[in-house]
Design a protein around this ligand. Sequence first.
Ligand code: SF4
Length: 677
Amino acid sequence: MSTAQTPAKSSLYNFFAPGGLLSKTHPAYEFRRGQLQMAQAVEAALDEKRHLIVEAGTGTGKTLAYLVPAIRSGKRVIISTGTKNLQEQLFHKDVPFLQRVFFPNGDEKLRVCYMKGRNNYLCRQKLYDLEHSPILSGLEEIEQFRIIQDWEKHTETGDRAELGQLPEGAPLWPKLDARTEACTGQKCQQYERCFITEMRRRAAESDIIIVNHHLFFADLAVKRAAEDAPDAGILPEYAAVVFDEAHELEDVAGSYFGVQVSNLRFDELARDVEITLRNKKVLTAAIENTLGSLRQRAQFFFAVLPPGEGRFAFTARPEFLEENGDEWIGIQRGLTRLVTELQSIPQKPDEVHNLIRRAEELRVQLGFILENTDANTVVWIERRRFERGRGGRENVFLQATPIDVSQILRQALFDQIETVVLTSATLAVAGPRTTLHEEPENSSSFTYIRSRLGLDHARDLVVPSHFDFPSQALLYVPPDLPDPRTPQFASQAATRIRQLLEITRGRAFCLFTSYAQMHDIFERLENELEFPMLMQGSAPRSVLLDEFRHTPNAVLFATAAFWQGVDVQGEQLSCVIIDRLPFAVPSDPVVAARVRAVDNAGGNAFFDYQVPAAVITLKQGFGRLIRSLHDRGLLTLLDNRILKKQYGKIFLHSLPDYQRSTRLEDVERFFGLSPQL
Ligand code: SF4
């Protein structure tokens, strides 16, 4: 950003404080001390080129607290969010607001852009190729194709979000999107007018670039693999990055620094080879034969993988390779033969080089997954069923995930970028103990997040909440319910939920740690409750949320998908009930590998990893209730291990200072149903 465009640097106090710029321009202005503190900390981190961790609860107004210093810094700053909702709020609400604040006369423009993953954008070349040889299935797809053809002529962004008529998950879109796999980059005839090129140009001219964690880590992983070659990745150089919803970083980073191979990738490769070579008129009978054989070999190979449901570890790989040598050699030879055939095409069109690279990459990645002995990698299998659009088939994903991403992030992120800010409503964990090194300047509340992410040197801050939790929320824990791991729990929990919902008149989220528990309790209450009951899975998430908002006294039964990123303000949500402390499933292959790794390194996985991770999830879940200064309601944890076990104190100390009780009468009193004492 040029000096002329940088908004004047008066103090942040003059911006956020009563009588300041914000108070004069924001329709719902309130002075929030935490917001000012956070903004000052972010500004100092940017000025001093330091890293920073900030926990800022709901209601702090944290988006302005980092956007304002980022804009004033004059540096290029990436803002990365965990959810699309937040990404959109930043771009469509906060940035236009700041534009009006900083440049009321419209004489300058903030240089901000919004980037999504490549698969959100149309590939013009693919569209034109399909125009000439359409391989479309059914009338619906032909109609959708026409809509996209018309849209391509006038869209400026090529972002499919503009295409309201195209249903989510439409099978046509993956045939047209701009993913790297089929892109020939500068050799493409459409390169100059490509939407990705245009997005890159906009980014190169922007000071603030709004992305999501997936795009950020995809870019970082590509750059790391390419050893920072100048053209690698999609993001231009930047001085700083702010991660909002930073509690999600470990999982997202793990997925991008890992490797995934699936039967779908084989199908897609074979399909793209066929379409491309046919379009280029170089498809021979020999190659068709090779593709047929590759498809068959892939089918055989994925069919002999160890059986199992959901996600499970793939530990006995040497034995597997020994027993299934024919299938293993078959799939490798299938890929090698395809590469050889493609290489032998005379005067190869550019697209063919791309296909060769993809086939090679698939062979190398499959080899890594099956043969690596890296102690920091866990290999696992996941089976997923796709009901829609893919004929109800089962897809099998082979994954190699880094067990500990801290070393990777230390080298690729924290040591490379001068300022990284991590913020979220849930990052801090109160800890009576720590086995890890702490800097004197830091509090132990962030030991967990620092150690998981490899952030050794950073200032940290917990900003005071803007909400009055002691008067806005009551946390009730029934002391008399059995341990949630016992068979008696479900029936007694259902009875207590019914009692609570009668007091709150429904208006509740019942959040569960497993589908089985959710279904069980839902069925037990189905004919017992007088309130409308909704259950996750019966409709898409956004539809359910809408129904919940508009149905008086509704009760929603849900699992992990509703623990975060859900915002229902007002009386309609007056109660959040959680069934048990949300420890990650210990049999999950990645969780199990992380637990083993912490123990093997001399730590105590329960206290150093499992409890802090569960604390953060619990804070997220309870965070659904109080979304504004006017919200008021009941939080219930049906798992009284929080009172009875030693580790329960860590959870209790980490939660906001809600009013707390173990008596049902206090719940009634809170809702005005029994006389005040
Ligand atoms: S440059 Fe790549 S993404 Fe862009 S139109 Fe060409 S092939 Fe498609």
